[in-house]
Design a protein around this ligand. Structure first.
Ligand SMILES: [Zn+2]
Ligand SMILES: [Zn+2]
Length: 97
């Protein structure tokens, strides 16, 4: 793993004090206050299809949407604003290199 900015500590110190934006929950957070339950997020995507438990096949009418539901694939929450079903560290856009 590459240590980025190791030789430039003097230059990056100011920047590191600033809050970062978490790319999972879009929250503005302080790196020094980041712990394993800081971030609530959905590990999977919000999808548009049948729930896995809706195995029953049915024919779509011409006016039906091509899916039965919109929900988070990880937990089945149907509200896009539903709070995350998983917790973890915040991950900033800078961290993922
Ligand atoms: Zn979820
Ligand atoms: Zn987060």
């Amino acid at each position: 793993m590459e240590q980025n900015g190791e030789g430039k500590m003097e230059l990056t110190k100011e920047k590191d004090k600033k809050n970062k934006i978490c790319k999972r929950c879009k929250v503005d957070y302080s790196p020094s206050l980041n712990d394993p339950i800081s971030c609530r997020f959905h590990p999977s995507f919000f999808v548009c299809r049948r729930h896995d438990d809706q195995k029953r096949y049915y024919e779509l009418g011409p006016d039906d949407p091509p899916y039965a539901a919109k929900f988070y694939d990880c937990c089945g929450a149907e509200d896009p604003e539903a709070s995350g079903c998983t917790t973890g560290f915040h991950v900033s856009y800078d961290d993922d290199q």
